[in-house]
Design a protein. Structure first.
Length: 132
């Protein structure tokens, strides 16, 4: 994060989901880049808005059955614990697209044209800062 309030970063996210009879335990992994703007960055507690996007991998328990892309819009608050470590609380609006795939265990085609999912969620995490 820069003194101007602009933050740039890279992100990895791992989510575990119920398999819904497709997989025993579904895993969604995303790899992306992010942009955030922090309001009142000189304070230890400051709100932010941001956007993140990148590649998505979906499959059974860390395996990859399909891929796609995602775009997140975020709003939240960052609480600085040290000069390099912060806790974040946020709300996310996510668009996730996955290409059609056949599940490997039962050889069933799960989509013929791909799928776009829109979700709203809340979350929390840790942010590590490097640089100026």
């Amino acid at each position: 994060r820069y003194r101007s309030g602009v933050g740039l970063g890279v992100a990895y996210d791992l989510r575990f989901m119920a398999g819904a009879n497709v997989f025993e335990l579904s895993t969604l992994q995303t790899f992306g880049v992010s942009f955030r703007y922090f309001f009142n960055p000189r304070s230890a507690v400051h709100p932010f808005v941001g956007v993140e996007g990148g590649a998505a991998l979906f499959g059974d328990t860390f395996q990859v059955a399909t891929g796609g892309w995602y775009v997140d819009g975020r709003a939240g608050v960052e609480i600085e614990a040290t000069d390099t470590l912060s806790f974040t609380l946020y709300a996310i609006a996510r668009a996730l697209y996955t290409v059609p795939f056949t599940s490997p265990r039962d050889d069933v085609r799960r989509s013929s044209s791909g799928g776009l999912d829109l979700t709203l969620s809340v979350g929390g995490g840790l942010s590590l800062r490097f640089g100026p």
